[in-house]
Design a protein around this ligand. Structure first.
Ligand code: GLN
Length: 564
């Protein structure tokens, strides 16, 4: 690279530039790949980014992925899953977008807070710095300060991870106002790092209107031209489409946006995302990216043995056995709100040898009596009650759990679902009428789920969320012990309420077993019901640690029971 550019800017004597460079930064040591989307959202940018990262890792490169979100929330914790998909929690407790879940699953690698940033976090740190006078009297501007801080975050990841390649997925679509700061930062960074040190990939969409019966590239051209207007020349264009696109379309795109035809790649829809990495390899995607970065020769494809074995292991195997899992929640209208649960169940399909069908059970309907639990659960092989907040649909969830418990239907309760199972047991087996969680009924006579006093003290505001990975200590000879094969495991949490320790003895006397806890702190983390086909609840979210080649034991136990 031309080190002078970066050197000049960093040491500029005028205060026109603001490009803070992290200590220990060596230009050219880490290279950058930016992934953006144009035309429409929802074309699988996150999956593509995950696959590309996997392919580069497969060639022996050290990879650090990052998602940069355009929204002004400081983290994803306050986002409504119905609008934005699930909140994915990292081991260090960072609440992120669901794309981080697919990075972790494809890379089979735990990520941390450095892999996720939002415009809100950047803006709030800038304002904080401004209030402390750290900009030395300068008027604080979009350029260079917002972009300067953003580039610093990209480079911090490079230094901190010591990665060969940092892959940055820019949230939103080209043409949004919100993500302009990220695109401008990418442009500046590419200029500063110099040719060969960054690669810009645009995922676009090729329309195929039914009325015309042919592919049309104009929308894609306009989307990419918007990037050119911003001063960004993409190196690679990936054309998403429903059906394979003809060569003619690639040529048109190539001609109109200055990208060589071999760097215009057609990627049509597929049913099985696990076949994607190998497919992208066949299309030469990673080869083209590394050509741009000058790394293709240094990191050649070493046969495809490992990748083929992985694909073979995780892609869905045909089976004649089918099971139906009911998921009883309140965001059942949008699959993305439960994406990690769906993935975790899918991870069990091959090991158990059964295809899983999903039944979405709207618990508000059960609650309002529009449908009985008996009817809602009719024909399912197992029930999952997922995490949740607030009272809507909870009585419906409790009725569904009661039905599953009484009728020996396999049940898996996740976080809120675990808490609902405790409430159901307290009411119907321990005679604690109207037992509840104080989250829903603060005045209940039997607060079997409540905020633990030690957590209330944390901030005096009714407790903060307990977030991220914690150890779970498992009782010997329990079902949990059999499933996990260990007395200590690490799982991820996102909750504020817990089982009230005052009721544990009463619940256990009536047969419920708390087989996992937090060690000295008596936080109950797993429940199970001996004698039932499978009745299991976790205060944690096992779906955050399940991997395609390593299904989470709680899910595996559940799916096995469903298939029996
Ligand atoms: N609302 C419950 C709590 O705060 C459960 C949270 C969840 O399901 N993630 O404890």
């Amino acid at each position: 690279m031309d080190e002078n550019i970066l050197g000049d800017i960093a040491n500029a004597s005028t205060d026109e530039f603001y490009t803070p460079i992290p200590d220990g930064y060596k230009p050219g040591k880490t290279k950058y790949v930016f992934v953006t989307g144009s035309v429409i959202s929802g074309i699988g940018k996150g999956i593509f980014t995950s696959c590309l990262a996997k392919l580069l890792k497969d060639r022996g490169l050290k990879i650090a992925p990052m998602k940069i979100e355009a929204y002004m929330n400081v983290d994803a914790g306050t986002l409504n899953p119905y609008r934005h998909g699930e909140v994915f929690v990292l081991d260090d407790g960072t609440e992120t977008d669901m794309d981080l879940g697919s990075y972790e699953r494809f890379l089979e690698q735990n990520l941390d807070k450095n892999s996720f940033v939002t415009s809100g976090r950047i803006y709030s740190s800038i304002i904080e710095k401004e209030r402390k006078g750290l900009y030395l009297g300068r008027d604080v501007q979009f350029i260079p300060h917002v972009t300067g801080e953003t580039k610093k975050i990209f480079r911090d990841l490079a230094v901190g991870s010591k990665a060969d390649v940092v892959i940055i997925e820019v949230g939103g679509t080209v043409g949004d106002y919100e993500n302009l700061f990220a695109l401008e930062s990418a442009r500046e960074l590419m200029y500063e790092e110099g040719v060969g040190n960054a690669c810009f990939v645009n995922l676009t969409y090729i329309l195929e209107p039914h009325s015309l019966g042919e592919h049309k590239s104009k929308a894609a051209q306009l989307g990419i031209k918007r990037l050119l207007e911003l001063g960004i020349q993409p190196d690679i264009v990936v054309c998403r489409s429903e059906t394979p696109i003809p060569e003619k379309i690639k040529e048109k795109i190539s001609m109109n946006v200055n990208v060589p035809v071999k760097q215009v790649i057609g990627l049509h829809d597929t049913d099985d995302i696990y076949t994607l990495p190998l497919f992208l390899r066949e299309l030469g995607v990673d080869e083209q990216v590394l050509n741009v970065l000058g790394l293709a020769k240094k990191f050649p494809v070493n046969g495809n043995k490992k990748l083929k074995a992985w694909t073979e292991e995780v892609s869905t195997k045909p089976t004649s056995k089918e099971i139906t899992v009911g998921i009883a929640g309140k965001y059942t209208g949008l699959r993305d709100s439960y994406i990690s649960i769906i993935k975790s169940l899918e991870h069990c399909q091959n090991p158990v040898g059964a295809k899983i069908n999903f039944r979405w059970i709207e618990t508000t309907d059960v609650e309002k009596g529009k449908i009985t639990a008996l009817k809602a659960l009719d024909g399912i092989d197992g029930l999952i009650v997922p995490g949740g907040f607030g009272s809507r649909g909870t009585e419906g969830k409790i009725s569904c759990i009661k039905h599953a418990r009484e009728n020996n239907i396999p049940f898996l309760g996740l976080c809120f679902g675990f808490q609902m199972a405790v409430i159901e047991y307290a009411r119907n087996m321990c005679n604690l009428e109207n037992a509840n969680t104080t989250e829903i009924d603060p005045k209940t006579n039997y607060p079997v789920i409540c905020i633990l006093p030690e957590q209330e003290e944390v901030d005096g505001l009714g407790g903060t969320m307990r977030l991220g990975g914690y150890d779970v200590f498992i009782k010997k000879n329990s079902i949990a012990h059999k499933l996990y094969g260990s007395e200590k495991v690490r799982e991820r949490f996102r909750h504020r309420f817990n089982v009230n320790t005052n009721y544990i003895d009463q619940l256990e006397e009536k047969g419920l077993v708390f087989s996992g806890n937090a060690g000295k702190k008596r936080i109950m983390q797993i429940l199970e019901l001996p004698g039932h086909k499978f009745f299991f609840g976790t205060q944690f979210h096992p779906e955050f640690t399940s991997r395609p080649t390593k299904p989470n034991p709680a899910y595996l136990g559940f799916v096995k029971a469903c298939a029996e």
